[in-house]
Design a protein around this ligand. Structure first.
Ligand SMILES: C[S@@+](CC[C@H](N)C(=O)[O-])C[C@H]1O[C@@H](n2cnc3c(N)ncnc32)[C@H](O)[C@@H]1O
Length: 315
């Protein structure tokens, strides 16, 4: 049993209001469901960021101020299936840049699949996969003195509450060397009619993704959640730019772990927050960068202005 998973679940379910950490969405089934989500008509985020890499990779490379003679570690945090990154890798390889691609992810299934597909698509790519958590990899980043480009795409930063995001960016800044760059993909604040369907698609894939967390807890922590007794409910506040996903108990119920004395009670309508997906504007990003040595050197947007790729430099 994954002891940290158990600790995190039990601490989340004893809080009021209850929470479960979104990083546990990504087991083998969760990874596959997320790839489906990225291809949904409502999930504009992937299409918008893909468009940026598909049409503006050369521009990004120029803004990064790198040379083919440099030796670079291209480190991607939470790489997932790497669909967007691959369009960028292709251009870097065509232009004969000298780099090693280091995708880091909490999910070993996602990493293995990414490694296999990269090896098939790019015979000359130097790739080294690493399983780990965002905060956990910072020590590695610090001790490795090579020139670095960090990719943090998919608005993954928005899964961290602002305080944690600020802390993460400060620690990342401290781990980097002067001149290192970050490509930070952030979803923009926009109207509810666009954002909310991205977390509540008509085919119910996002619902299955959210509920899969309970299936995973049943499987790995021997709990007895009756998953049909929970609903998927997303919310979005356009004023703050924060979207949240919840699992809502359809009735009063009790869930036990390990068929023992440990159980959690849920009242009818009680919510468990499973995910935060913050949306950004330039001002919010500047606030998060306040205590760092990172400066924004460029911002590249998609044609709808839905999504921004910010390029940050460690100064
Ligand atoms: C929303 S997906 C986005 C994937 C990719 N960045 C993209 O834009 O398509 C999030 C990815 O980050 C990984 N992930 C989530 N929380 C993580 C954490 N705390 N540390 C490392 N990886 C994490 C997940 O396994 C998943 O592959």
């Amino acid at each position: 049993m994954n002891i940290q998973f158990k600790i995190d679940v039990s601490s989340g379910l004893t809080k009021s209001p209850k929470t479960l950490p979104s990083k546990y969405f990504y087991d083998e089934i969760g990874d596959k469901l997320f790839v489906k989500i990225m291809n949904l008509p409502e999930y504009y985020l992937t299409r918008a960021e893909y468009e940026i890499f598909d049409t503006k990779s050369e521009d990004i490379i120029r803004k990064l101020k790198i040379n083919p003679s440099d030796t670079i570690d291209l480190i991607e945090l939470g790489a997932g299936d790497g669909k967007k990154t691959k369009t960028f890798l292709k251009v870097l390889l065509e232009k004969k840049y000298n780099f090693k691609y280091v995708p880091i992810d909490i999910s070993i299934h996602a990493l293995k699949a990414l490694e296999t597909s990269c090896k098939m698509e790019f015979s000359n790519l130097d790739i080294e996969i690493k399983q780990g958590e965002y905060f956990g990899v910072l020590e590695d980043v610090k001790t490795n003195k090579s020139q670095k480009i960090i990719m943090f795409l998919g608005s993954n930063l928005g899964n961290l509450e602002d305080e944690a995001a600020q802390d993460f960016l400060t620690k990342l800044s401290n781990a980097l060397q002067v001149g290192d760059k970050i490509i930070l993909g952030l979803d923009c604040i926009k109207p509810e009619e666009i954002v909310l369907p991205a977390y509540n698609d008509s085919q119910g894939v996002t619902k299955a993704f959210n509920l899969n967390l309970l299936h995973r807890i049943n499987k790995e922590l021997h709990a007895d959640f009756d998953v049909s007794n929970f609903d998927h409910v997303p919310e979005y506040d356009e004023k703050t730019g924060i979207a949240k996903s919840f699992l809502v108990s359809k009735k009063e119920q009790k869930v036990s772990f390990n068929r023992d004395q440990t159980y959690y009670k849920f009242s009818k309508g009680e919510k468990i927050q499973t995910e935060t997906s913050r949306k950004y504007n330039d001002r919010i990003l500047q606030t998060l960068l306040r205590n760092t040595n990172l400066v924004q050197i460029s911002k590249i947007s998609d044609s709808n202005n839905y999504f921004n790729s910010y390029i940050l430099e460690r100064v």
